[in-house]
Design a protein around this ligand. Sequence first.
Ligand code: GDP
Length: 140
Amino acid sequence: MALQRTFSIIKPDATERNLTGAVNAKIEEAGLRIIAQKRIQMTRGQAETFYAVHKERPFFGELVDFMISAPVVVQVLEGEDAIVKYRDVMGATNPEQAAEGTIRKAFAKSIGENSVHGSDAAETAALEIAQFFSGNEIVG
Ligand code: GDP
């Protein structure tokens, strides 16, 4: 598998509890390299665009409110098979189902406030990276 990039968000429940470094340690221990990173306050519009795929779901409003409730850290991660590798390190969406050693098992509060986002496919990774980073902010 070739070198690949994925998009990551450290969500408000994690930044509020000062867990940015702890999450980053798990990312780096998994062999992924953080090649771009910034802390931002997401706007409602940015959050609605980012999660547009979920706009018909009953939890959409709650999800958008959560994502703008505190700063987030947006990141680009690089590594071999980075998309699947990061999904594995994140763990299941619901922390009650997340495997031992995963970020969500260690830190997530609930299925909604689950500490991290990671892209699910190459196409979405490219779109998500482009929503938050310009090319010269990514240094691989
Ligand atoms: P992911 O790819 O593992 O992040 O999961 P999904 O793409 O299915 O969902 C996107 C995000 O929506 C999740 O990470 C949660 O933050 C949120 N979410 C998913 N299901 C629920 C739910 O049942 N309730 C609430 N409040 N949020 C949810």
